[in-house]
Ligand binder design. Structure first.
Ligand code: SF4
Length: 357
């Protein structure tokens, strides 16, 4: 099962049109023009599951369905669901008592769950199972340890994980904070992380922490999820061969922003993030033979195909897919929703959400 794309008008971003001829005249390209298309890219199973959860909630309960925060960090997905009757709110207090609210893929703290119960809201929890795993780790390890949570303060996922054990958790945003963070008991210390960070930067932070606190414990398994890791591995392979890397994804999508950083770090001469193909500045193509393309874990494939169409207009019609992993992870839908779908005779209640590619 995959979430269905809905046609929503592209935003009216003025095109800074340079024709293919103007781009070619600005600097001749001698090597054959080509696109290196990363795989895996785009939707992960957790995003697919969250989007399907809202779609199915609309189908089975009818509009409006309230969604706390952006269900996933993508402008197009949010606009598509709004067009179908989803109402996005920042907090439970904006949802009328008794109504249905869906919690986003990024997860929520126990305080948010409690506030929904206090308001008598019906809830569907679309938290990605891999985020739930980190929450459970936080609860378990907080019993005997202090947690150093590597992640970006203010990001919804970090707020949710922190909220599981606020008295026992300190957020570490970056290497600088790793050098200065203070702890009471360095012998009962464990690190956890946000799921969508740069793998390399996270390990740099862990190394700094371990140098200062040699008894720092590792989590039982990686918190950075398979989808984040796989998309970074794919762009690392492409970046050294690409003069330009275009990442499709929204500005508030942590894993999309990390893909731009990783592309630059691994040798791309330039890298830009765009929400839509019409944000591409054709001046980026001047003198460029090889263009890398990828997309963040919250990006539907239709947006990547729009970018490929624009690239083809500018002579980059030859597309080579660079496959570094196959993704076959399936997540079942949220249990509250499955029960409703089953009771309504919807045969898709058993099907799993999955990655794009
Ligand atoms: S990026 Fe990873 S943690 Fe986030 S929704 Fe996707 S699979 Fe889950």
């Amino acid at each position: 099962m995959s979430a269905t794309a809905v046609s929503v008008p592209m935003p009216a971003v003025p095109r800074r049109r340079r024709s293919p001829e103007e781009v070619a005249a600005a600097a001749p390209v001698t090597a054959p023009k080509r696109v290196l298309l990363a795989a895996p890219r785009g939707y992960c199973a957790g995003v697919d599951r969250a989007v399907i959860a809202v779609e199915k909630a609309l189908e089975h309960y009818g509009a409006p369905v309230y969604v706390r925060k952006q269900i996933v960090h993508n402008v197009h997905v949010v606009s598509s669901l709004e067009a179908r009757g989803a109402i996005f709110v920042e907090e439970n207090e904006e949802v009328p008592a008794g109504e249905l609210v869906v919690f986003s893929a990024h997860g929520v703290s126990p305080a948010v769950v409690q506030s929904a119960a206090d308001r008598g809201l019906r809830t569907i929890d679309a938290t990605c199972p891999l985020v739930t795993k980190v929450h459970k780790e936080a609860v378990r390890f907080a019993e005997d340890n202090h947690i150093l949570l590597i992640g970006h303060e203010g990001h919804e996922e970090v707020e949710g994980t922190y909220g599981e054990a606020p008295e026992s958790t300190t957020i570490v945003n970056n290497p600088e904070e790793a050098r200065t963070v203070q702890v009471d008991d360095p012998d009962h210390l464990i690190w956890l992380s946000q799921t969508t960070l740069s793998v390399d930067e996270t390990m740099e932070i862990v190394d700094i922490l371990r140098e200062r606190f040699p008894n720092l414990q590792n989590p039982p398994s990686d918190d950075i999820c398979y989808a984040t890791t796989n998309r970074q591995v794919a762009i690392k392979k492409i970046a050294p061969q690409a003069e330009l890397v275009i990442v499709v994804g929204s500005a508030n999508s942590s894993n999309s922003v990390r893909l731009v950083e990783v592309a630059l770090e691994y040798g791309a001469k330039a890298s830009y993030r765009v929400d839509f193909a019409n944000e591409i500045d054709e001046a980026w193509f001047v003198g460029v033979a090889s263009v890398g393309v990828t997309s963040g874990a919250s990006v539907p494939e239709v947006l990547v195909q729009d970018v490929l169409r624009l690239l083809a207009e500018y002579g980059y019609g030859s597309v080579e897919e660079v496959v570094t992993a196959e993704e076959d992870i399936l997540f079942s839908l949220p249990k509250e929703l499955r029960a409703t779908m089953k009771a309504a005779g919807d045969p898709t209640y058993k099907m799993g959400a999955k990655s794009n590619s």
